[in-house]
Structure formats: structure tokens, C-alpha cells
Design a protein around this ligand. Structure first.
Ligand code: MG
Length: 201
């Protein structure tokens, strides 16, 4: 288990290769709860074009799906983010704030259960997400991309149904607010950097 203040990475693995790397600081790492802080301004690795240029979000899912899996330098940008992951669950709940800590909402990232690595945690993104506004209204995000992912053979219809069911279970359990909304990091924590070996699977 990691201790509070340890600096690790969360990696998203795709087709056996690293596609996203996000350095984080451990807040809690217990049998029943995993909480990681992803600071505004954190340097990351993310999918890029062959020439290293960033991939605009305006690209369709199919266009992004067909990229060859090259990763390059990125940055998490101007959001303070807390990643709350129940061990073994196929989702993670992310709290978002602006850089000066104004709460902006919850994001339910549907993903494979997180596994432990020598440098942190690995998972795999499952495309579909849920967004919950601070006023507690909620909506699916990227339902169209999940349809594209089925059509392109990334998920079978049964797998996609299981992904959606996980999201429906989170909504039914309704863990909002989470109790972490007033949490703030230790001001002594530095912004974590990418560790050596981030690319090794
Ligand atoms: Mg997602």
C-alpha cells in the first residue's frame, strides 16, 4: 500500500501500451478506498500525432481510435482533481475544482478495476462517463462514442451493456456529495513529475 503524500502515477493502458500517464499524490490507499490527488498543472503523457503535435478533442472517436498509439508530453491543465476509486470497482469518481478551488462537479469515469504496479496504478478507460453538476443534475457523457467503440470492435455489445450497467449502479447508489468536497491538499506537496519507467508495462 502507498502512504499519504507518496507520488505515483495512474496509467491508462490500451492494446497493451500506455496511452495516458497522470502523476498524482496519494491521499488515502486502503483496502476499501483509494484516493489520489491530480493537481492542476501536472505534466502528463497523452496520445499525440506522429509528429508529436496534440490531438484535438474535435477529432471523431473513429479518427482517434485509428491513431497508432504514440504518446507525448501533455499537461492536466487548470483543474484540481481528486480521484476516488473503490478497489475492485469498474469506475472512479473524480471531483473537479477550478485552480483556485471552486467546485465544478463530479465525473464518473467508467474504467476497468484499477491494478497495482511498481509505480502506482493501471486501468483501462471504457469510453462512457457520467457528469454530475454541483446542483446534482446528472447526464451521460460520450454515449455516442460508446456506440462507435462497439461498431469499431473495441467492445462487444455485452461488454458495452456491462459498462452502462456499472454507471447505472453508481447513479442508483448516488454517492454525491462524497464528503470530500471540502478536502484540500497539504500545501507542502509539490506537483508530481513523471517517474522513470512510466512507459514500461
Ligand atoms: Mg472515460
Amino acid at each position: 500500500m502507498w502512504g499519504s503524500g507518496d507520488r505515483v502515477v495512474v496509467r491508462y493502458i490500451r492494446r497493451g501500451r500506455v496511452s495516458w500517464v497522470r502523476p498524482v499524490t496519494v491521499v488515502e490507499d486502503r483496502d476499501d478506498l483509494n484516493v489520489l490527488f491530480l493537481s492542476a498543472g501536472t505534466p502528463t503523457k497523452e496520445p499525440v500525432h506522429d509528429d508529436g503535435s496534440p490531438i484535438p478533442r474535435s477529432l471523431t472517436y473513429e479518427q482517434r481510435f485509428q491513431l497508432d498509439g504514440r504518446v507525448g508530453d501533455g499537461n492536466w491543465g487548470g483543474h484540481q482533481t481528486l480521484l476516488i476509486t473503490p478497489p475492485g470497482a469498474a469506475h472512479s469518481i473524480w471531483l473537479f475544482w477550478t485552480e483556485p478551488w471552486e467546485f465544478t462537479g463530479w465525473y464518473v469515469n467508467l474504467q476497468e478495476p484499477q491494478t497495482r504496479t511498481p509505480i502506482g496504478f493501471d486501468t483501462s478507460d471504457q469510453v462512457l462517463d457520467i457528469w454530475v453538476e454541483p446542483d446534482l443534475t446528472w447526464s451521460w457523457k460520450d454515449e455516442d462514442e460508446l456506440e462507435d467503440a462497439i461498431r469499431l470492435g473495441r467492445f462487444s455489445p455485452d461488454e458495452a451493456a456491462a459498462i452502462r450497467a456499472e454507471g447505472e449502479n453508481v447513479v442508483a447508489a448516488w454517492p454525491f456529495p462524497t464528503g470530500w468536497e471540502d478536502w484540500r491538499p497539504d500545501p507542502a506537496w509539490p506537483v508530481p513529475q513523471l517517474p522513470v519507467g512510466w512507459e514500461r508495462v
